[in-house]
Design a protein around this ligand. Structure first.
Ligand code: FAD
Ligand code: DHB
Length: 397
């Protein structure tokens, strides 16, 4: 038996994009249903991003999601760039007229959002299966899924948001031939760890080393997060905890500085890719976040882009559904893609400047070093990095 119901916006995916969209729509009086194929516990524990642009922080505050972030997040006014055995500081506040970034983990944003949605009585369906989006040629698209108890549902919507990540079903449901994909693979991956040890640095360290890139970031003042460049097809079992700490010390070390180690609680390898699908809309099906685009993590743009997309989408759906004005919905894809391509360029640039390509020759290595020297030596070049890193386009809500 199939249960039929209705909502204004059907949302596929309870990652940061889907959950925040549901929250923003509710603030405008628009009803939504979120379906997610994983469990709530899984969504709340999945280790991913941790760095928020100033505009993302301001948006979360403006929509009532800032309390725990303001209490527990760590504001950083710059980063360290390290190469050729030297560590240099870039002061973002000075370079950008006061902009900053905040460390607050994606896991915590997802927990805050789920709690806020459930407290508001929203319909969130975890552990669904067989998600489908159909009737996409009409003004009443339909979201179908089977709930955790095994009941099949069919929800008639005014619009559907595909916030279902890179491996979701919404992008693939768009008509064949409509979507154009621009992509780039990278010949390396990241091995990321979470460790129960206070960070050995006050701000993030991005290190270009001849044996590969390393990044020291953090989650709290008690928990460190660190990354190492590894080969694309690397086997995680080759990396004992001792080997990881040894390699981090080697790539991050400078005279007079010590990396503290501690118990590793999580270890994973992630591939790196740039991918942009356009357009991000077909009639009343809208893609947002990783469902439409992926950036390599260097520069920390993935989560910030997902939040920017749904901020634009919430405004577009408000115009469409409450003022019968389709203008912002029609412009949605172009509105998002300007920011997406800027972040795609910045992430590609940071990645290419800081990683060692396995086929790199002396020419490539010298170009990277020259670029890094220029960034730390020229105020204009440092400002370019700083304004992209802290967030170049304001978010409008
Ligand atoms: P997601 O978080 O992927 O959420 C999509 C949701 O849709 C998931 O919960 C998924 O289970 C659900 N879903 C998928 N298919 C279906 C279906 N058929 N039916 C129902 N639900 C479905 N960014 C950074 O800025 N810094 C980082 O360090 C960083 N690290 C990352 C590490 C990894 C391993 C990955 C994969 C990404 C990382 N990112 C990082 C990127 C960042 O986490 C993403 O950009 C962000 O999660 C995007 O949010 P989203 O809501 O668009 O997608
Ligand atoms: C983090 C990840 C990044 O890719 C980055 O550039 C900065 C921070 C993080 O996980 O905290």
């Amino acid at each position: 038996m199939t249960s039929s119901s209705r909502t204004q916006v059907g949302i596929v995916g309870a990652g940061p994009a889907g959950l925040l969209l549901s929250h923003l729509l509710a603030l405008r009086g628009i009803d939504s249903v979120v379906v997610e194929n994983r469990s709530r516990a899984y969504c709340e524990a999945r280790q991913r991003a941790g760095l928020l642009e100033a505009g993302t922080v301001e948006l979360l505050r403006a929509v009532g999601l800032g309390d725990r972030m303001d209490a527990e997040g760590l504001e950083h006014g710059g980063i360290y760039l390290q190469f050729a055995g030297e560590r240099h500081h870039l002061n973002f506040r000075d370079l950008t007229g006061g902009r900053w970034v905040t460390i607050y983990a994606q896991t915590e944003i997802v927990k805050d959002l789920i709690q806020a949605r459930l407290a508001a009585g929203a319909r969130l369906e975890f552990e669904v299966s067989g998600t489908e989006v159909i009737e996409l040629d009409s003004d009443r698209p339909v979201l179908r899924f089977t709930d955790a108890a095994g009941t099949r549902h069919e929800i008639t919507c005014d619009a559907i948001a595909g916030c279902d990540g890179f491996h979701g079903i919404c992008r693939e449901s768009m008509p064949p031939g409509l979507v154009r994909v621009a992509e780039r693979g990278y010949p390396y991956s990241w091995l990321g760890i979470l460790a129960t040890v206070p960070p050995s640095t006050d701000e993030l360290i991005y290190s270009r080393h001849e044996d590969g890139f390393a990044l020291h970031t953090m989650r709290t003042l008690q928990v460190s997060r660190l990354y190492l460049q590894v080969p694309t097809d690397e086997d995680l079992t080759l990396w004992s905890d001792d080997r990881i700490w040894g390699e981090l010390r080697h790539r991050l070390g400078v005279p007079g500085w010590e990396l503290k180690d501690g118990p590793i609680t999580e270890k994973a390898i992630s591939p790196m890719r740039s991918f942009v699908a356009s357009p991000m809309r077909y009639r009343r099906l809208f893609l947002a976040g990783d469902a439409a685009h992926i950036v390599p993590p260097t520069g920390a743009k993935g989560l910030n882009l997902a939040i920017a997309d749904v901020t634009a989408l919430a405004a577009a759906l408000t115009s469409l559904l409450t003022q019968a004005d389709p203008g912002p919905a029609v412009a949605y894809s172009d509105t998002c893609l300007g920011r997406v391509w800027r972040a795609t360029h910045f992430s590609w640039w940071m990645t290419s400047m800081l990683h060692v390509d396995p086929h790199q020759d002396l020419f490539g290595a010298e170009l990277q070093l020259s670029q890094l020297r220029y960034v730390v030596g020229s105020r204009a070049a440092a400002t370019t990095l700083a304004e992209n890193y802290t967030g170049y386009f304001p978010l409008r809500w």
